[in-house]
Design a protein around this ligand. Structure first.
Ligand code: BES
Ligand code: ZN
Ligand code: ZN
Length: 500
């Protein structure tokens, strides 16, 4: 996709479709229309006097233009009342425009950069980034395995932001470039998620991380099965026991700050397929479990984004990865594991495998003397029951860190919602044979999973993000088609960007 910024006007810009954002407020709406009427004459007048279009949020008007203008198609998108406008509103409006242009088979889409900085109290740079995000994220398709290219699969190859205001464009350019890199990494994460498990198995996931690290400038070390065993990662070894593919432990490091500065450590669950193991999952919907490495994908892609965007932080990414398979040598209910650091856990249900591999990584993270540790995992079905697909479950031991993630979540619209780690829930994961048991019964499954992880953390600030609902989408969202959403990347980059 080619992204450009040009100084031009609605009349002069040459593209297959030209898009304009308009506010619903009476006077602003009239002013926009007056301008458009010059070029589109009676068409616009008719459509608007029929009250088909009022500038309400998400309302879209599509028309063919007359010869007074260089582009043959016009898309007008409503932003709603200026008092209620938000970054997310702009992101969605841009997404609606991009999808409409694609369905019109436009190859080149030009958008008039709206001057909303004063209304929104956000810099032009951020607005341009947000428009870029809306366009790019909504156009994502995972179609590499189709051998027949469908006619309906038209692709937009170029997007231009234009304005006649040179100062506006200068600021916008930075935002567009930032948004582009960020979205490339979200695409990377979505591709890893959507890839079938016969393509993205643990070693392939490590390979993808290595390739990205070499290209974008972060260090990647991959432990093989022998090393994982030697280091005492009992959780990862045990979960891997039923699989014919070896596990990996992916260690990534990015330095954007002096070496003395304590790093943020990101940990991602990398189960490349979760059958449930001996506690086998029902077959309906099991294919979704190719995305049980979504936390790992988010961490790898965030390392990539941090390196591309040259964020001024030190960052470590840790991804334990394996399949969870049944088989003659698979772990069994009742088995006891010795994790990295020495603590033990009882396997009561082999389908609660994510926490078993994360336990090793959380204990290992202590070695980095981290400023904070954030783990991301498609950990519990219970989280999907509680929050559906619109919020990530958040738990942790530090209110300030959680508040920062909450802010980043609101800005990126990758929203997080806190669940309590009250100690009263702990009795549910008491084991009669080991330090802790890997399941806590029917109630509060997301919280008991969080409390299991908490047993293994070191003396550091920690947040656990359960992305089971937000990572795997059953239906299209405004700018994320069903399947892997790439959740976590924009959230973490926003958080890291503001981290001092
Ligand atoms: N990967 C699943 C969680 C999951 C379920 C993610 C649905 C996305 C959608 C996890 O490993 C799992 O199976 N968890 C069990 C835990 C239970 C056995 C305590 C669950 O949620 O049912
Ligand atoms: Zn499972
Ligand atoms: Zn799982």
């Amino acid at each position: 996709m080619k992204l450009t910024i040009t100084q031009s006007t609605i009349k002069k810009i040459k593209a297959d479709a030209v898009a304009v954002f308009v506010l619903q407020d009476e006077t602003k709406f009239r002013a926009s229309l007056r301008e458009l009427k010059q070029f589109f004459g009676s068409t616009i007048e008719r459509l608007t006097t029929l009250e088909d279009f009022t500038g309400k949020a998400d309302q879209l008007l599509y028309a063919h233009t007359d010869k007074k203008i260089a582009s043959p198609r016009l898309i007008v998108i409503g932003l709603g009342e200026s008092s209620k406008i938000s970054l997310e509103g702009i992101r969605r409006a841009a997404a609606a425009v991009a999808k409409r242009a694609r369905s019109a088979k436009a190859k080149h889409l030009a958008l008039l950069l709206p001057s909303l900085d004063t209304v929104l109290k956000e810099p032009v740079e951020t607005i341009a980034q947000t428009i870029t995000e809306g366009c790019l994220l909504s156009l994502y398709k995972y179609d590499k395995y189709f051998t027949e290219k469908k006619e309906t699969n038209s692709k937009i190859g170029a997007i231009t932001l234009f304005s006649d205001d040179e100062d506006l464009l200068k600021a916008a350019k930075k935002g567009m470039i930032f948004g582009r890199s960020l979205c490339d990494s979200v695409y990377f994460s979505r591709d890893l998620q959507n890839a079938p498990s016969n393509e993205i198995h643990p070693e392939a996931l490590a390979h993808a991380a290595r390739e990205s690290g070499a290209k974008h400038g972060f260090r990647v070390t991959v432990w093989d099965k022998k090393r994982i065993d030697q280091e005492g990662f009992g959780g990862l070894m045990t979960v891997n026991a039923g699989s014919s593919r070896p596990p990996v432990f992916i260690v990534m490091e990015y330095h954007g700050k002096n070496m003395q500065s304590q790093p943020i450590v990101l940990i991602g669950k990398g189960i490349t397929f979760d059958t449930g193991g001996i506690s086998l999952k029902p077959s309906a919907g099991m294919a979704e479990m190719k995305m049980d490495m979504s936390g790992g994908a988010a961490v790898i892609a965030t390392m990539e984004a941090a390196a591309r965007l040259k964020l001024a932080i030190n960052l470590v990414g840790l991804v334990p990865a394996t399949e969870n398979m049944p088989g003659g040598s698979a772990m069994k209910p009742g088995d006891v594991i010795r994790h990295y650091g020495g603590k033990t856990s009882e396997v009561d249900n082999t389908d609660a495998e994510g926490r078993l591999i994360l336990a090793d990584a959380l204990a290992y993270a202590t070695k980095y003397k981290p400023a904070a540790v954030i783990d991301l995992a498609t950990l519990t079905g219970a989280c999907v029951v509680a929050l559906g697909h619109h919020a990530t479950g958040m738990m942790g031991n530090d209110a300030e860190l959680m508040a920062q993630l909450r802010t980043a979540g609101d800005r990126t619209f990758e929203r997080v919602w806190e669940l309590p780690l009250f100690e009263e829930y702990e009795k549910q994961i008491k084991s009669e044979i080991a330090d802790v048991k890997n399941v806590g019964g029917r109630w509060a499954g997301t919280i008991t999973a969080g409390l299991f992880l908490k047993k293994f953390i070191g003396d550091y600030k920690w947040v656990h993000l359960d992305i089971a609902g937000t990572a795997m989408l059953e239906e299209d969202l405004p700018y994320a088609p069903r399947g892997g959403s790439g959740v976590g990347v924009r959230l973490l980059v926003e958080f890291l960007k503001n981290h001092k």
